[in-house]
Design a protein around this ligand. Structure first.
Ligand SMILES: [Zn+2]
Ligand SMILES: [Zn+2]
Length: 251
């Protein structure tokens, strides 16, 4: 599998960090995980064939994680010749169908019926969903009522993405011994809120999960004013990366 970070930022505007979006190649599946504003721009900048995306998985319904979804659906209809005919799977927590219906009410019926099949799956945590020969699964995390973390497994390799989350040890247990643990690292301890993680909390989760690589993302500007790696290393001794837009790893 290959993971490309499209957006390592948040809704706090940044010239270098776009809103949340990640692109994963897993066998034949071309998966966009979250789709915040700036995603279509980053896909173009990084030369990723956005027309080939097969699945879009949303972690939760905050704007910084889904606003470019209508733009992408529109691009597949009007931004390529010939227009898309292949189906796309859109996956998310309970409430996804309602969200898409609201987007259709705002923008037009094409959101749900763009001329190619849009298959909507509300993924119940723990049930699993095949994406080609890869398996997607979810874990409920504390952030919004619907928010989920995701896991993608293929050929004995596994990546876990926290989405946005507050501190939860169940995430560490669920992610145990994964290859890449992609954790949100939103705020420094001085600005901590229960809906997000601090570097110290990321370290506590990683120390329990024991991933091959801890990758930190979803950085608000204030957390970049502290020495994130030094704070993490007080508790967690394994490899850690603070990712940036365009960061790529092969799993
Ligand atoms: Zn967010
Ligand atoms: Zn959020």
């Amino acid at each position: 599998m290959q993971l490309t970070v499209l957006g390592s930022g948040t809704i706090a505007h940044s010239p270098t960090r776009s809103c949340a979006a990640y692109y994963l190649e897993a066998g034949d599946a071309r998966v966009l995980v979250d789709c915040g504003p700036g995603t279509v721009r980053r896909l173009a900048e990084l030369g990723i064939d956005w027309r080939a995306i097969t699945h879009v998985a949303l972690s939760h319904f905050h704007i910084d994680h889904h606003l470019d979804l209508p733009a992408l659906l529109f691009a597949w209809k009007y931004g390529q010749l010939p227009p898309r005919s292949a189906p796309v799977d859109i996956i998310g927590p309970a409430g996804l169908k309602s969200l898409l219906e609201k987007l259709a009410a705002a923008h037009g019926d094409w959101v749900l019926d763009p001329g190619y099949p849009v298959r909507i799956t509300e993924l119940a945590p723990g049930t699993g969903m095949p994406m080609g020969d890869a398996l997607l699964d979810g874990l409920k995390v504390p952030h919004t009522p619907e928010s989920m973390a995701y896991s993608v497994s293929r050929n004995g390799r596994r990546i876990v993405y926290s989405g946005d989350t507050g501190f939860i040890t169940a995430l560490a247990d669920w992610a145990r011994d994964c290859d890449v643990l992609l954790l949100e690292c939103s705020l420094p301890t001085s600005m901590a809120v229960v809906e997000h993680l601090t570097p110290e909390q990321c370290a506590t989760i990683a120390a329990r999960a024991n991933p091959r690589l801890l990758a930190l993302t979803h950085l608000y500007p204030p957390v970049e004013q502290v020495d994130i790696k030094a704070l993490v290393r007080e508790t967690y001794a394994g490899p850690v990366e603070i990712v940036h837009d365009g960061w790529v790893t092969t799993i």
